[in-house]
Design a protein around this ligand. Structure first.
Ligand code: PRP
Ligand code: URA
Ligand code: MG
Length: 213
């Protein structure tokens, strides 16, 4: 938990801080930017799944039979918010290759900053799954909040939101709209500029990932 934001955990680790410094730099090329997004997402997924329940199983090693532990219960679903969330999927999947992947298509209208939904596909049986919602940027929080609305409308009850850079405005919006959804971020930044961009941020994550600007 993080001070004024009881719904926020800043995953603050020297490796993450180091990688973020390159991610933020405007000179970092597209290929490296994508690799860094994956690497930070993977490191954060380690923290985001810290409290997944495990159960005892009996296994036989080449030496003897023993008790080991495996993750129990609900099946994990990664849900990237398109487009930029796609950049985080491979990194998280490298830790949990068995996780399913849903997709939420949202873009933020450049003038109104309101999220516009254009796609929604998740596996059936939402009530029995743990969802990890992925988006590098939490700015006003409109997109994350709308994505959580969509998951809840389809029956989801266990949702965590994983982002790389969060603005206080977005964290507060999530606390207001969805106090039951923990937010994990690699960094909590200063605020938003007049165009709704995070300061100091890293610019437009989708454009930097996909080379569209
Ligand atoms: O918290 P908010 O104010 O809603 O802003 C954050 C959203 O904006 C960005 O997406 P964008 O609309 O640029 O779409 P893109 O990923 O397709 O580029 C980002 O990836 C988030 O989804
Ligand atoms: O700073 C920001 C804000 C929203 N979306 C981005 O990609 N970057
Ligand atoms: Mg974008």
């Amino acid at each position: 938990m993080s001070g004024a934001h009881p719904n926020l955990t800043v995953v603050d680790h020297p490796l993450i801080r180091h990688k973020l410094s390159y991610l933020r730099a405007r000179t970092t090329p597209k290929k490296e930017f994508k690799e860094l997004v994956d690497e930070i997402a993977m490191l954060m997924a380690f923290e985001a799944t810290r409290d997944l329940p495990t159960e005892e199983v009996e296994i036989t090693t080449p030496i003897e039979t023993t008790t080991a532990h495996r993750i129990r219960g609900k099946k994990l679903v990664l849900v990237p918010i398109l487009r930029a969330g796609l950049g985080m999927v491979d990194g998280v999947l490298s830790l949990m290759p068995g996780a399913r992947v849903g997709h939420v298509g949202l873009y933020r209208d450049e003038d109104t900053l309101q999220p516009v939904e254009y796609y929604f596909k998740i596996p059936p049986g939402a009530a029995d799954r743990d969802f990890l919602l992925l988006d590098p940027m939490l700015a006003t929080g409109g997109s994350a909040s709308a994505a959580v609305d969509g998951l809840k409308r389809r029956g989801a009850t266990s949702i965590r939101f994983l982002c790389l850079v969060a603005a206080p405005e977005g964290v507060e919006r999530m606390r207001r709209d969805h106090p039951d959804v923990p937010v994990l971020a690699a960094a909590l930044d200063r605020g938003l500029d007049e165009n709704g961009y995070i300061m100091p941020g890293l610019g437009d994550a989708g454009d930097r990932l996909f080379g569209t600007r």
